[in-house]
Structure formats: structure tokens, C-alpha cells
Design a protein around this ligand. Structure first.
Ligand code: SF4
Length: 88
């Protein structure tokens, strides 16, 4: 999957929900960079902002998009941990 395809998947994921991609294009591109590096390193599109502990269970929690509405940053800042998805 290339950069545009990844972004397209995320945009469709946002759909009519109460969140959208961060309007800061540079920030989104930076997250894509990290995600692609993780994919190259371990074969999974993992969150670039959080640490793995080597367990399969943890890896599954870090696949992007994650369950970001459960994160404190969603409640306090209105965004996922990496700031990729933000409240409308
Ligand atoms: S915190 Fe944001 S960028 Fe990281 S996996 Fe979750 S949705 Fe993706």
C-alpha cells in the first residue's frame, strides 16, 4: 500500500464520524513515515508514537487505526495519541 492509499483508507475510516484526519498535512505525512518504517521492520502498520513490548497482544493494540477514543488524549486534547485523528 502506498502513501496515498493509506491516506485514502484513513479518510474513509473517518467517514461521517465525529473525527477527521489532522488538517496539518505535514503531520499526517510524518505519521505515514513512521507507520511505513514499522511495516518494513515488523510487517505490521503499527502506531509510530507508541512502544512495542514484543508481545503479539500489544502489537494488535498498536495497529493503526487503534481504539483511540479510549485514550486520555482523546478526552483531554480531542485527538489520538499521535494527533493523526482529531475531533471535528
Ligand atoms: S494513536 Fe493515532 S496514529 Fe497511533 S495507532 Fe492510534 S490512531 Fe493510529
Amino acid at each position: 500500500m502506498n502513501r496515498d492509499e493509506i491516506k485514502g483508507v484513513w479518510e474513509r475510516f473517518c467517514g461521517k464520524n465525529d473525527f477527521r484526519l489532522n488538517p496539518d498535512e505535514e503531520h499526517v505525512e510524518m505519521v505515514i513515515d513512521g507507520l511505513l518504517e514499522n511495516e518494513k521492520a515488523c510487517g505490521l502498520k503499527l502506531c509510530p508514537c507508541r512502544l512495542r513490548d514484543g508481545s503479539r497482544e500489544r502489537d494488535l493494540q498498536l495497529i493503526c487505526p487503534c481504539n483511540f477514543k479510549a485514550q486520555d488524549t482523546w478526552r483531554t486534547k480531542g485527538q489520538c495519541w499521535c494527533g493523526l485523528f482529531v475531533k471535528k
